[in-house]
Design a protein around this ligand. Structure first.
Ligand SMILES: Nc1ncnc2c1ncn2[C@@H]1O[C@H](COP(=O)(O)OP(=O)(O)OP(=O)(O)O)[C@@H](O)[C@H]1O
Length: 806
């Protein structure tokens, strides 16, 4: 029957068939395991019929385990096996738990010289690398998990430092079919044999093949072609802070995501606390979301955009650069601290939150004094009158101010949690004012009883409760932020911190939120809300008198609010309610404003960190201020720094254009080395028509985008100044899903087969960081770049805009 098989002709075919045999073996083993899992599930279902509580609990646990197993295996089926290394014998012959030899260095004498002076060696071990480890029934490793120590040489070996690796192979497969192999020879000087046959070498290496492929709208994992300098970062110990910088396209995002998968593999228990990946934009979140599931990791990792970090808040609005600069500045801390306290003067009823805390119509809303008839907050009362022991006692505005100062004291207790203290100090002040203290100068017992009776009398008065609710209302972050939209008020709260002009601008920008704070938020507003949440503390849940069992009690306990009681039981509720993570990964870290560093820092107070970024791509105008905030967020944890130096995204022709802008944006900075060249020089086009606003890019924009769509198989990104987004989208309508219009700040972290950058000058002039933003725009293309100039760009006769000329 063998005669019916097609003859195996080329070494490539022979090697492909060899890998196919191995993949078949792996799948047979996987099928066995799936049957095992299915049996477990069926068995568990049968036990369910037994019906005792113990049997049911056991069944649930079994179904859960088996379901996980099955899901995971099914998920891993695509491209399950992707690599192979052929190794020399190890120095000590020891094996690890996965059955592979552990030695990194080859045994002495592994390479010998034959009579003709040629270096020769025998391959002692072949390891296949895949997304999950698979052992044969006899426990020999069929596939090594890519994160296992034994797989490290697959990524680490280089021709300069090959260790035991002679040949590294990337296997491409679809479903159960091996499509091809690509080899790198790491010891080209050695003639190696495997089972008596000389080792074949196929192709030009997998990296180039991977980089040349067309892009879709989502990022792919790079598990089969991680490079040595990237692997150092992925496997760096997690004991502290790992900082990674590198130019555009050096794989920072990819490395950060693979690191998350690696950390989970290394120490799943430790990272059960969760890994948070912070991305600058929702677009980048959507772009990267599939990478971790493709690596077999889901659930434990949360990828969140900066504008979605606060539960219940979602940034949808955009701030002009001058507003973003104010909102992001560390100076806002002080403004917000004053606002959080000052907002008490707004009285009750204004505390509406809607920021996810289920906040803040509190006990105050049950009182008649907190809002006016039209629902607007009523100012805090400035006088407290009570009748106790038959006498009228009153605290006036100055006395109340003093009590309030005393309530705040020096401690940084959140404002909402200070209400019990406010009540106590008000009672103290009333007691002192009433003169009752002097009536029992010699009998402390009697004095104490009198005081207790006094307090009971006061708190029994509905007027006192109403006063307290209005004088120390529970505040929600959104309400306080909205309160800052009043220019005079904000002027007070920001005195000597912001300039009057800044305060005016900020107040106007905050009007977007509306009086109840429910309007659209920007990404910068979200960081302010988070800061306010910390300053205010979690507002109490609404009081439901009828349902409250403590209402059955008598005495003081009966009349305290729910907030008071909860605050007493759990003084640091604020800390408990905020999500914290075991590891925090910050992508595009150069863009975090000081206020955003504070927000992210709160989520990783006890975490280890991985921070990736590129200062040359920063859209934040004051890097020093942001650096200080970053240092504060990271505290004194030791840091380990890495630099990635190779640009895998841009062809050299595109990188060269971008380097011109880098030289302007950050004189002296070195661009990363582009790893490939396509011979396709960037195209310079000019919009001939001038629009009324000097843009006039319309028809040319559409024509150039259409041209790029013809030239590449995959995606086309059209990058315009932020203010032009809507217009660009309209112009591209009908060209299909492969093309997208992006504002300059939205392009961050993304990539396209081809990019059309429209009016570099307009992008550069958008903000003080405009040149760096332009550098980002020019580094998004994996194949082709077109630059479209308008009149503003002062293009020369070849269409090259002023900014990109030599
Ligand atoms: N080792 C690799 N093998 C294959 N592709 C790679 C490798 N490293 C990076 N890439 C590819 O290069 C591109 C750039 O990677 P990535 O987006 O992670 O870079 P970056 O440093 O985050 O870029 P930027 O700073 O511009 O956001 C991606 O398409 C990524 O898949």
């Amino acid at each position: 029957m063998a005669a019916q098989h097609a003859p195996v002709e080329s070494p490539r075919d022979r090697e492909t068939v060899g890998e196919q045999h191995h993949l078949d073996l792996v799948y047979r083993r996987l099928e066995e395991k799936i049957h095992e899992a299915e049996f477990l599930m069926a068995d568990a279902a049968r036990r369910g019929q037994v019906g005792t509580p113990g049997a049911l609990a056991e069944r649930d646990a079994q179904v859960f385990r088996a379901g996980l197993h099955l899901n995971r295996l099914n998920a891993e089926f695509e491209d399950f096996l992707f690599g192979r290394i052929d190794l020399l014998p190890g120095k000590d012959g020891k094996r690890g738990p996965d059955g592979a030899h552990t030695s990194v260095e080859p045994a002495d004498g592994a390479i010998r010289t034959d009579e003709e002076g040629r270096a020769r060696a025998e391959i002692a071990e072949t390891l296949h690398i895949g997304r999950l480890g698979v052992l044969a029934a006899d426990y020999t490793p069929l596939v090594i998990d890519w994160r296992a120590p034994a797989a490290a040489p697959f990524y680490r070996a280089t021709p300069v430092d090959p260790g035991r690796v002679v040949r590294r192979r990337v296997i491409r497969s679809k479903g159960r079919k091996v499509l091809g192999v690509e080899d790198d020879l790491l010891r080209p000087e050695v003639t190696a044999t495997l089972d008596g046959e000389e080792l074949a070498v196929i192709g030009d290496g997998a990296l180039m093949a991977a980089l040349g492929r067309a892009r879709g709208h989502t990022m792919r994992d790079i598990v089969s072609s991680i490079q040595a300098e990237q692997d150092q970062v992925i496997r760096a110990p997690a004991a502290s802070v790992t900082e990674v910088d590198g130019g555009p396209g050096t794989g920072k995002t990819a490395v950060a995501l693979h690191r998350a998968a690696y950390l989970l593999y290394q120490d799943r228990r430790r990272y059960a606390g969760g890994i948070l990946v912070v991305s600058p934009t929702p677009l980048l979140v959507a772009y990267t979301e599939g990478v971790l599931p493709s690596l077999g990791e889901e659930g434990q990792v949360a990828i969140r955009a900066l504008g979605s970090l606060v539960d219940g808040a979602e940034a949808t609005a955009h701030d002009a650069p001058e507003i973003a600069r104010i909102k992001g500045s560390a100076r806002m801390q002080q403004v917000l601290r004053r606002a959080a306290r000052g907002a008490l003067d707004l009285g009750g009823g204004g505390g509406g939150g809607g920021d996810g805390e289920g906040a803040s119509t509190t006990a105050t809303s049950t009182t008649a004094t907190s809002t006016t008839a039209d629902g607007a907050p009523r100012p805090a009362p400035d006088r407290l009158r009570v009748v106790v022991f038959g006498r009228r006692t009153e605290l006036g505005p100055e006395e109340l101010r003093e009590v309030r100062r005393a309530v705040f004291g020096n401690a940084g207790t959140p404002v909402n949690l200070l209400r019990p203290r406010a009540r106590r100090l008000l009672l103290d002040a009333l007691w002192a004012k009433s003169g009752a203290a002097d009536r029992h100068p010699t009998d402390p017992e009697l004095a104490r009883e009198a005081r207790e009776a006094f307090d009971e009398d006061v708190v029994d008065e509905p007027g006192f409760q109403e006063f307290l609710a209005a004088w120390w209302p529970e505040l929600g972050p959104r309400a306080v932020l909205a309160a800052m939209a009043d220019e005079r008020r904000l002027g007070r709260w920001s005195r000597r911190v912001l300039t009057p002009a800044e305060a005016r601008r900020l107040a106007r920008a905050l009007r977007r939120l509306g009086p109840d704070g429910r309007g659209p938020l920007s990404v910068h507003d979200v960081a302010l809300l988070d800061e306010l949440r910390t300053l205010l503390g979690a507002p109490a849940r609404p009081r439901r008198r009828e349902a409250d069992p403590l209402d059955q009690l008598t005495g003081l306990e009966e009349v305290t609010t729910f907030a008071d009681r909860t605050a007493r039981r759990a003084p640091d509720r604020t800390a408990g309610e905020r999500a914290e993570y075991a590891h925090v990964i910050v992508d595009e870290a150069q863009d975090l404003t000081p206020m955003q560093w504070r927000m992210v820092g709160r989520r990783g107070r006890h975490a280890t960190w991985t921070i990736v970024g590129d200062p040359a791509q920063s859209s934040w105008s004051d890097p020093e201020e942001a650096g200080a905030a970053r240092d504060e967020a990271l505290g004194r944890r030791p840091r380990r720094r890495f630099t990635l130096t190779v640009n895998y995204r841009n062809p050299a022709e595109v990188a060269e254009v971008a380097a011109k802008v880098l030289a302007l944006a950050m004189p002296g900075a070195r661009p990363p080395r582009a790893v490939r060249s396509t011979g396709l020089v960037p195209r310079y086009a000019v919009a001939e028509v001038t629009g009324t606003d000097g843009w006039g890019a319309g028809a040319a924009l559409r024509a150039e985008a259409a041209r790029l769509l013809d030239e590449v198989e995959g995606t086309v990104g059209v990058v315009v100044a932020m203010g032009r987004r809507a217009e660009a989208r309209r112009l591209l309508a009908g060209l299909g899903e492969r093309v997208v219009a992006l504002g300059s700040l939205e392009a961050k972290g993304l990539e396209y087969d081809a990019t059309l950058v429209v009016s570099p000058a307009e992008i550069a002039d958008e903000s003080p960081a405009g040149l760096r933003v332009l550098y980002v725009a020019l580094t998004r293309a994996t194949q082709r770049l077109t630059v479209l100039s308008t009149e503003r760009d002062a293009p020369d006769a070849d269409g090259v805009p002023d900014l990109l000329r030599d």
